[in-house]
Structures are given as structure tokens and as C-alpha cells.
Design a protein around this ligand. Structure first.
Ligand code: EPZ
Length: 418
């Protein structure tokens, strides 16, 4: 078991380098199954979700060579299985195998992704898309089985701009006969990245990043390709908000400002300052943050994956703030941990009220999900005294060397086995 031991009170100063986007990587890795050949993917984040997906792909017959910890070569010429039930049940993003294997082999079977701490997280929109393309989908004994003699392009309207459903339908439609239109599509940067990856391999996907995506099915993809994963806007946003919370001054390197406009707007609203220069962002704040209200929304709105990190700032703001979490049913567990540190937050369903306090105090806190864990690290860095953060397996899913990165900009933080 491991924990992070943090001694708070040091403003963060210096430069951090942002890795490739975890949520792009866990979609692009299965997307590679649509290609019968060999492709190189670089700028992968060195995180457990990526390693987990590589293990699943190898079980399916993909040969993987690691050129370094951020670059792999995938040989997808010999798919030996279209079903993986054990690991996929525990690893939510493996539902992308449904779209990819349906497209490549006409059949797929994975374990049903359970709900998680964020809520029920059904996949009805994914299934609606597969069925609209002509697939048969069966859910039984905790598994999802999808099969199709032929996938035929059609128009699909998403009742909610679901990231996962948008990507999964895009994967299934890539090799389908005819044209598929996804209406009310999600527009997150990693959706654009998946479309760019597939187009690099010869797919014909247009409109990714808008709410209407058009996929003209192609016979097959190229047999070789190379692609570099987009920088992780959520990792970048996490460090931007850490600069504000700690009243520090950080240069965030290798990020795309366009992907962070909603975060920049909120940082300025609470009294922080931002200067962008190409793929670098400077974020600093030299005073107690002002209150602000946040409503999480699909991109380009304020991202739900930065809600908890923003909550740390609002917990210390001058005044009372409200966060409305419109994406997930329950994404406020972290507030109970912040209250243990002296915050005054009351949450009810999809809303939470933050009565700003002057300071937080170190405590033993427990991560309930990946982003809540990142928020608790921010809280430990700004709190008086020592904080211990547990359940690091959540954090390691999506952040590469998070304690090294924070330590490199002044945080007193170390990972301890116990
Ligand atoms: C992706 O999850 C991300 N995960 C999440 O990041 C992120 O929080 C979320 O998008 C929103 O941006 C990955 O990309 C691997 P959704 P996903 O489908 O695809 C409902 C992180 O910390 N919904 O947009 O599951 C669903 O219940 C993770 O990196 C349906 O009702 O998000 C939820 O309330 C956490 N039916 C909402 O839509 C469906 O068929 C958003 O889900 C699908 C979704």
C-alpha cells in the first residue's frame, strides 16, 4: 500500500510538462484494432489505465513493442479473440472495444462496466448507436455481446452529448457501409484526437469537435501509421488550479490554450492571472481567491474532471460559492474529505455550497476517484500542517509521476509505502 505525505504552505513556482491525454489514449488504443497492420503511437501518458489497456489488447492477439515509456508499436494483424470478460468488467474504458471489434470483426464481447462513485453511468446511448448501425446487442450475465453481419451507416441523435457514446459510435462507423451522422455529438478534445488518429490511418471522419460528426465508411484502413496523442487538458487544468490554490506562479508546458478557455475564464474570475504563449501557459495568483459559481458542462463548458480541483479553490475563497455538477449524479465525495480539513461545504445531489474559510488543516484523506484524488493533493499542498492522501491507485490511473511533478515546483510531497 502507498500514501502521499504532504506538508502544506508552499506556493508552487516553476515549470511543469504536460503528458499526453489519458482519455485520448484509452480510446485510441482500441481504435487501432480497426487497422490490420502496424502503427506507432507516441506521447502516451505513462499511467496505469494505458498499461491496463495494453494488457487487454495483448490478450486479444495484438503484439505490442514499447520503444520507450511513452511510445508503443502495435501489430494488429492477428486478432485471436473478440471477447475479454475478466479485466474489462473492472476497466470502464474497455467498452471502446465494442465499437472497434464490431467494426473490425463484426463481433465483440466485454464485461458490463459497473457504475462507479460518480453515478450509474449507463451505456444506453452506446448501444442505441450500435443497434442503429445494424448490430445486435445482448446484455446477459454481466456481459455485453454485440454482433453484426454488416454495419450500415445511418443518422444517430444522441439524447446527451456523451463522450463515450460519441467515440464508440465513431469507431463502429469507420468501416461501415455508407455514411453515418452523429448528431448532438460530444466535442471534447480527445474526440477530435480519435478522429485525427483514424483519419491518419485513412478513415474519412469530418466534423469532430462540432456537434455533428460525419463518418464516411471506408473499405479498410491503411496498414501502417504513426500518431502522437494530444496533450492532456485535464492534467494541465489540474496544475493551473494548483497554481491559484497555492498562490504560486506556474508555467504549464505542452498544453493547448484553446482546450482550456473555460478554465482560464474561471481562474480570472476568482482573481488569478493567465498569460498564454504558444503551447505554454503561465498561471499565477498572489491573493486569496474570490468566490465564483461553477456549472460543469460538456466541452467547451467547464469540465467535470476539474470540478473537484476547482472546489479546493472555492473552499478557501472569500465568500460563498456554488458548484452545480450537471454531468454526473454524485461527484462531491471529495467535499467530505475537504470538510475533515476544515472546509465548510454542504452538498446535496448535483449541487454543493462552499462557504469559504481562511485556511485548511492537514488530515488523513481518501481519494474516491481519479480527479478527487488530485484535488486532495492540491488541498494538502495549501493546508497548514501535514496531510496523508490514501487510495493512490485512483490517482495513478490518470496522472504520470504526479508527486515528482509537484515536488519539482516546490511542493513538500513524498510517496510512502506502508
Ligand atoms: C468520459 O467518461 C471520461 N472518461 C470521463 O473522465 C469524463 O468525466 C466524462 O467523459 C465527461 O467528460 C473517459 O474518457 C475514459 P459520458 P464517459 O459518456 O464517456 C451519461 C476521468 O476522470 N450517459 O460523457 O463515461 C453518464 O451517466 C473520467 O478521466 C448516459 O446516460 O462520459 C454521465 O452522467 C471520469 N448514457 C454523462 O452521460 C450513456 O450511454 C456523461 O457521460 C452514456 C453516458
Amino acid at each position: 500500500m502507498e500514501k502521499l505525505l504532504i506538508t502544506g504552505g508552499t506556493p508552487l513556482k516553476g515549470e511543469v510538462f504536460i503528458n499526453g491525454a489519458k482519455n485520448a489514449a484509452v480510446a485510441i488504443l482500441p481504435a487501432a484494432l480497426l487497422m490490420d497492420g502496424i502503427c506507432t503511437i507516441n506521447n502516451l501518458p505513462n499511467v496505469s489505465d494505458v498499461k491496463q489497456f495494453c494488457d487487454i489488447l495483448e490478450l486479444l492477439g495484438v503484439k505490442i513493442t514499447w520503444n520507450n515509456e511513452h511510445e508503443i508499436v502495435l501489430d494488429t494483424r492477428n486478432i485471436i479473440r473478440t471477447s475479454e470478460l475478466d479485466i474489462t468488467t473492472k476497466f470502464r474504458a474497455s467498452y471502446y472495444l465494442l465499437g472497434a471489434l464490431l467494426g473490425r470483426c463484426g463481433k465483440a464481447q466485454v464485461g458490463l462496466p459497473g457504475g462507479c462513485k460518480l453515478g450509474a453511468r449507463p451505456i444506453d446511448l452506446h448501444i442505441k448507436g450500435f443497434e442503429a448501425l445494424g448490430a445486435e446487442v445482448e446484455i446477459a450475465q454481466g456481459n455485453i455481446t454485440a454482433s453484426a453481419k454488416e454495419l450500415v451507416g445511418t443518422s444517430i441523435y444522441l439524447d446527451f452529448a456523451s463522450v463515450g457514446a460519441t467515440i464508440n459510435i465513431m469507431l463502429a462507423a469507420t468501416l461501415a457501409k455508407g455514411t453515418t451522422i452523429i448528431d448532438n455529438a460530444a466535442k471534447e478534445p480527445h474526440i477530435v484526437d480519435v478522429a485525427n488518429f483514424l483519419n491518419t490511418l485513412g478513415a474519412d471522419i469530418r466534423g469532430a469537435g462540432t456537434d455533428v460528426i460525419k463518418i464516411n465508411g471506408v473499405e479498410s484502413l491503411n496498414h501502417t501509421g504513426t500518431y502522437s496523442i494530444v496533450p492532456d487538458q485535464i492534467e494541465a487544468g489540474t496544475f493551473m488550479l494548483a497554481a491559484v490554490a497555492s498562490k504560486g506562479d506556474l508555467i504549464i508546458k505542452n498544453c493547448i490554450t484553446k482546450h482550456l478557455e473555460s478554465v482560464i475564464a474561471k481562474i480570472i474570475e476568482v482573481g488569478g492571472q493567465v498569460d498564454s504563449n504558444g503551447d505554454k501557459l503561465r498561471v499565477w495568483c498572489d491573493k486569496r481567491p474570490s468566490k465564483a459559481n461553477i456549472k460543469t458542462l460538456p466541452y467547451p463548458g467547464f469540465p467535470t474532471d476539474l470540478q473537484a480541483q476547482m472546489g479546493v479553490i472555492l473552499a478557501l475563497a472569500n465568500g460563498t460559492s456554488i458548484i452545480n455538477e450537471s454531468i454526473f449524479e454524485s461527484r462531491f465525495q471529495y467535499t467530505e474529505e475537504l470538510n475533515k480539513m476544515g472546509a465548510k461545504i454542504t452538498s446535496q445531489g448535483k449541487s454543493a455550497v462552499f462557504e469559504g474559510v481562511e485556511r485548511l488543516f492537514g488530515s488523513r484523506v481518501y481519494a474516491s476517484d481519479l480527479r478527487a484524488g488530485a484535488a486532495l493533493i492540491l488541498a494538502g499542498i495549501v493546508a497548514e500542517g501535514t496531510t496523508e492522501v490514501f487510495n493512490l491507485e485512483y490517482i495513478d490511473r490518470g496522472y504520470e509521476n504526479i508527486e515528482e511533478k509537484f515536488r519539482s515546483v516546490g511542493a513538500k510531497i513524498e510517496r510512502i509505502s506502508f
